[in-house]
Design a protein. Structure first.
Length: 184
């Protein structure tokens, strides 16, 4: 069992063992790898993947390391986005877990995936458990993480942009948002 999966009402094998067995954080050590997403937040649902964001100043070097170590893994794909900073993304299976590696030229602390994760982590830490339950219910019904947080917190418009805007909020501002939100 990992983290706190109470919000989704499921028991999931330890994803940390898959990270350890794949040696992904060691292999990607030069790229400042950080595990983000629903698994460390305790909000995973069936099909959740192990998301790892990395700072890859040299995207070709990142892609070469990923290829060298994981290209034989089941379901391996490696590609680059054509927009923005053209990050490199790899997906594969290890120990029955889907992995997604995201390498971007921006430092991890400036990446949207990290900023979303951090504000979600802060919100969950500031709440009394009701937010985790409400977001978990939305996730269990098929909603993606950021839209689930936005729906529960009453954030209109683009949920991804809305959460990015919250990333700079103080704890007091986040507590006020939680207090004003109408979730049970």
């Amino acid at each position: 069992m990992f983290g706190n999966s109470e919000g989704c009402g499921m028991v999931v094998p330890d994803y940390v063992a898959a990270i350890t067995n794949s040696a992904v954080t060691t292999t990607l050590g030069p790229f400042d790898p950080r595990v983000v997403g629903t698994l460390p937040l305790g909000l995973a649902v069936p099909g959740s993947d192990i998301d790892i964001v990395c700072h890859a100043a040299d995207l070709n070097a990142f892609a070469a390391v990923v290829w060298e170590h994981y290209h034989l893994a089941d379901g391996f794909v490696l590609y680059r986005w054509r927009s923005g900073t053209s990050p490199a993304i790899a997906r594969f299976m290890w120990d029955g877990w889907p992995f997604e590696l995201f390498g971007d030229t921006r430092p991890v602390e400036e990446q949207s995936g990290w900023l979303h994760f951090e504000v979600e982590r802060r919100l969950l830490a500031l709440d009394d458990g009701r937010l985790r339950q409400a977001v978990g219910t939305q996730r269990g019904a098929g909603m993606k993480t950021e839209p689930a947080f936005a729906a529960v917190l009453g954030i209109g418009g683009d949920p991804y942009r809305g959460l990015l805007e919250l990333a700079a909020a103080s704890d007091a501002e986040l507590r006020a948002l939680l207090a004003a939100s109408d979730f049970a």
